[in-house]
Design a protein around this ligand. Structure first.
Ligand code: SF4
Length: 696
């Protein structure tokens, strides 16, 4: 007898619907859900092979393990033993050093219920805001920019706007590889409407450029200069909406003065492109009735990431292309549930339902709702700050769940050294592969996709329900259950849920009256409707925000921000003359804990490589396939060279997925990246590190 279940892909923020078929032998097979509004039956290579990651349990952690001393081997223990000892160590550290001596580092791949309980535990009961997630490395610049410009962390549009747009500008992203099903929709829209203009700005010629009418091959770090120049060209050509600017925005006059400081020709020279291409971009935007922008890590992962985001959002605010069909700024979420995590307040500077940590009334509301301890007003440590605090000794215990920071953090050797200095390390994981396990005093085996139920929110604010289809191997447990059991061992009340829907409904109740209100939502509604887009009022989704031109600011107007356009990244030098940028490849996901298990996904690209311009290679005596060393003061990487004139001269590219292979970390791109942070979002500057390359 075969059974079929509907669920959602657990990789990127596109959030494709999947049907999982289970045969009589328990074997799984997946296909795209033809009834799902996001993907309409399509899946990319990663989604199509998801069942292999579940069926191959050879790398799964099966039992809790623990060691009583760093010099002793870990041994198998019961759940009670593991959680009681963890609770005793945490309680002792908190008593001696205060609540800020412990921290949780989680993931944009956690389900909303998991995020909710861990956030409630540390903020509402332990009394610290030391929870951050790998979403800090992914979307935090977009979050801050939305709040500053629109008054709320809210993506205004919906994927259905793609088919209604007649100009799409992709800034510093390669969705053809990183958000493939969204890009299939863009390609289909272009095929149906050849008049649709597509512009891509990127220092590399990527697969996304194949569909574009115009590729702006900008120098790294010049995005603000480019966006300001487009803004100037729009203003001088009369392509702005004076009525929208007057009635619905603040800040235009100062913005105009700022963008007029450079001519388009001066800006073009800084960006390394032609002025004509900037004018053409402005013409495409100015003549469009529907204008969308898509962006992701190229803007977010920057020391000026918030301003890069704002400079792009400004193009919508001066033209009025927001809150109407086919229009709007649209950040593409890297992870499947980064947005769900923010909804429950799962970052060190947030509170549930997008409440503000610094607002005493908001803290009071949450504390009264949870009934725990008084909420601290001190912002918690962000991702990279946690690892710095391990070095200075102020952070004594870290609990890492569902993420692999020893591949994904910048300057990762520094992070690794920090973990070694930490008194107590808990790792909650599904796989026995991540490098963090070497440092773990306690290992807690977690259930994976299809082995637990819960919800996720994709990039267009769409909440979907994921059902449990299979049992977890060994004694692995759902992440939310692990956290709740631990909270009970700590003696905290309010964690005795009998099922996941109770957690979800508690979260929904806490959103009542906020901008993201889903207080009328529950599992039953999600199962019946398949998915909904927040806010969810009177039984109705909200596909598009701001249609009434009322923004979430105090006076209801959006804010056009002005700022300088200087690049504040690491300086190049005679010894380190090349700009290293990092990114994803088509068939791998993050640190490869899951996609690395699927042999089919290695057929596209099987190992790490350095993309380098032939002229830069020639100057260094490097030929195709030579082994090269990429180095700077932080570390080195050694991989094969791939010569390509699709990358800008002076720029080199490394994929970010590979970690240690047989104790050799020389494929790990983050040995080289720097820890400069955006001052507001605290997101690292992954896309711009100074390096030198030489033949090995
Ligand atoms: Fe999964 Fe993203 Fe691929 Fe869709 S596009 S199948 S969500 S990885």
């Amino acid at each position: 007898m075969q059974a079929s279940f509907k669920t959602t892909c657990c990789y990127c923020g596109v959030g494709c619907g999947i049907v999982v078929h289970k045969d009589r032998q328990g074997k799984l097979h997946v296909e795209g859900d033809k009834t799902h509004p996001v993907n309409k039956g399509m899946l990319c290579s990663k989604g199509m092979n998801l069942h292999y990651t579940v069926m191959d349990t050879s790398d799964r952690l099966l039992y809790p393990e623990m060691r009583y001393h760093r010099n002793l081997p870990r041994q198998r223990v019961t759940w009670d033993q593991a959680l009681e000892r963890t609770a005793a160590v945490f309680a002792s550290i908190i008593k001696k050093h205060g609540p800020d001596a412990v921290a949780f580092y989680a993931s944009g791949q956690c389900l909303t219920e998991e995020y909710y309980v861990v956030n409630k535990l540390i903020k509402g009961f332990i009394g610290s805001n030391n929870i951050d997630t790998n979403s800090r490395l992914c979307m935090s610049s977009a979050v801050a920019a939305y709040k500053l410009a629109l008054g709320e962390d809210a993506v205004p549009g919906t994927y259905d706007d793609i088919e209604l747009a007649d100009c799409i500008f992709v800034a510093g992203a390669n969705p053809a590889w990183c958000h493939p099903i969204l890009w299939r929709r863009v390609e289909a829209a272009k095929a149906a409407n050849p008049a649709l203009k597509i512009i891509v700005s990127d220092p590399r010629v990527t697969q996304s450029c194949a569909t574009a009418d115009l590729h702006l091959q900008v120098n790294p770090g010049t995005d603000i200069v480019l966006h300001h120049a487009i803004g100037r060209a729009l203003i001088t050509a009369g392509h702005t909406s004076s009525s929208f600017i007057k009635e619905h925005t603040n800040g235009f006059d100062k913005y105009k003065d700022t963008v007029m400081e450079r001519t388009v020709e001066e800006a073009a020279a800084i960006c390394g492109i032609s002025a004509e291409d900037i004018y053409t971009t402005a013409d495409y935007i100015g003549n469009a009735t529907g204008f969308m922008t898509f962006w992701t890590m190229g803007l977010n992962q920057s020391v000026v990431g918030v301003n890069k985001n704002l400079s792009l959002i400004n193009l919508h605010l001066i033209t009025g292309h927001i809150g109407k069909p086919g229009s709007g700024p649209f950040s593409l979420t890297g992870q499947p549930n980064a947005m769900g995590g923010r909804e429950v307040g799962g970052l060190s500077n947030l509170l549930p339902a997008h409440r503000v940590l610094s607002n005493p009334q908001h803290r009071k509301e949450v504390q009264e709702f949870w009934g725990g301890t008084e909420l601290s007003d001190k912002p918690g440590l962000t991702a990279t700050e946690m690892f710095r605090a391990m070095h200075d000794g102020s952070l004594k215990a870290i609990w890492i769940m569902c993420t692999n920071p020893l591949v994904s953090l910048p300057d990762v050797r520094f992070a690794e050294a920090g973990l070694l200095k930490t008194k107590f390390v808990v790792v909650q994981e599904i796989s026995n592969k991540p490098e963090t396990l070497r440092f773990a005093d306690v290992i807690l085996p977690a259930a994976a996709w299809t082995e637990k139920e819960g919800t996720m929110t994709n990039a267009e604010r769409r909440i979907s329900y994921l059902s449990k289809l299979t049992d977890a191997p060994g004694e692995a447990l759902p992440d939310a259950e692990i956290i709740c059991r631990f909270a009970q061992k700590m003696g905290y009340h309010g964690f005795d849920y009998t099922n996941m829907s109770e957690i979800y409904e508690e979260h929904c109740r806490l959103t009542a009256g906020t901008n993201i209100d889903i207080s009328g939502l529950n599992y039953q509604t999600l199962q019946e409707q398949r998915s909904v887009q927040w806010p969810y009022h009177s039984g109705k989704s909200t596909p598009r925000l701001f249609e009434d031109r009322q923004f979430f600011t105090a006076d209801g107007k959006a804010v056009i921000h002005s700022f300088e356009d200087a690049n504040k990244s690491e300086q190049l030098s005679k010894d380190l003359p090349l700009i290293l940028t990092t990114g994803r490849i088509r068939d791998q996901w993050h640190t490869m804990s899951k996609t690395g298990k699927v042999s089919k996904l290695k057929q596209h690209i099987s190992s790490a490589y350095l993309e380098i311009h032939p002229e830069d290679a020639r100057q260094r005596g490097i030929q195709a396939d030579d082994i090269v060393t990429i180095h700077n003061g932080r570390g080195q990487v050694r991989v094969k060279a791939q010569l390509s004139d699709t990358i800008k001269k002076g720029v080199v590219f490394l994929p970010m997925h590979w970690g240690k292979i047989l104790n050799n970390d020389l494929h790990r791109a983050n040995n080289l990246t720097n820890t400069l942070l955006d001052p507001i979002s605290k997101q690292p500057d992954f896309k711009y590190s100074a390096v030198q390359v030489q033949r090995y």
